[in-house]
Ligand binder design. Structure first.
Ligand SMILES: C[S@@+](CC[C@H](N)C(=O)[O-])C[C@H]1O[C@@H](n2cnc3c(N)ncnc32)[C@H](O)[C@@H]1O
Length: 197
């Protein structure tokens, strides 16, 4: 197992995220995870939230990164990983009553975030959307470490950046999602939760 793709950040944020998702997805039946990375969240959350069917997905270019851990840690409610680029149309998977994505909005281009919400507009009323990551508020960083992280992102790709909460919430509102909660998380991250009206 030692050579499985691994993210220390995912290891660190797993339990705080799980504590919120346990309540957020309590009444859901299935979760679509977008940009599932190494699969550390998917494998842990499927086991910890056994009433949910957990569908991990990744951009086609990174699917090979996700698959090994999902195969190494199977669970009865963990679906086989699927390729999903949020920009493709139509999405190759249905949108269930729960959607989760972590640390993706600051990586993908803003146009991809727009495409994500455009696709989620088709979700059924009551669908719960949970997005974890760093966000700016009123155009300001919430910490020096986030400001440094944003500089690092910009040097890595001109398309990546910490997003403004207000801009993301406006996209969500446009897709029919009402903000239900904004949870402060460790390391200056947030877990934003919306419900499809
Ligand atoms: C920083 S990683 C986060 C991975 C994982 N969710 C975690 O928290 O450890 C960002 C992920 O976003 C994915 N991603 C980027 N653009 C995407 C797109 N257009 N559609 C789906 N996933 C995308 C990348 O492949 C990458 O795995």
């Amino acid at each position: 197992m030692e050579d499985l793709p691994y993210s220390q950040a995912s290891e660190n944020n797993r339990e705080p995220i799980l504590a919120v998702l346990r309540e957020a997805f309590a009444a859901c039946t299935a979760v679509l995870e977008i940009g599932a990375g190494t699969g550390q969240h998917a494998t842990a959350f499927a086991t910890a939230l056994p009433w949910l069917r957990w569908q991990p997905t990744e951009h086609p270019d990174a699917l090979a990164f996700l698959e090994p851990r999902c195969h190494a840690f199977p669970a009865p409610n963990l679906e086989a990983p699927l390729a999903l680029d949020v920009c493709e149309r139509p999405w190759p998977v249905p949108v269930p009553d729960g959607v989760f994505t972590a640390n993706t909005l600051h990586i993908m281009p803003w146009e991809a975030t727009e495409a994500l919400f455009e696709a989620l507009a088709a979700a059924a009323p009551g669908t719960v959307l949970a997005i974890y990551g760093p966000f700016n508020y009123s155009g300001r960083y919430t910490s020096d470490s986030n400001a440094q992280f944003d500089q690092w992102l910009a040097a890595r790709s001109p398309h990546s950046a910490i997003r403004d909460f207000e801009a993301v919430d406006a996209l969500a509102a446009g897709a029919g999602f009402a903000l239900a909660a904004d949870h402060a998380m460790p390391a200056n991250n947030r877990l934003l939760r919306w419900t499809r009206s």
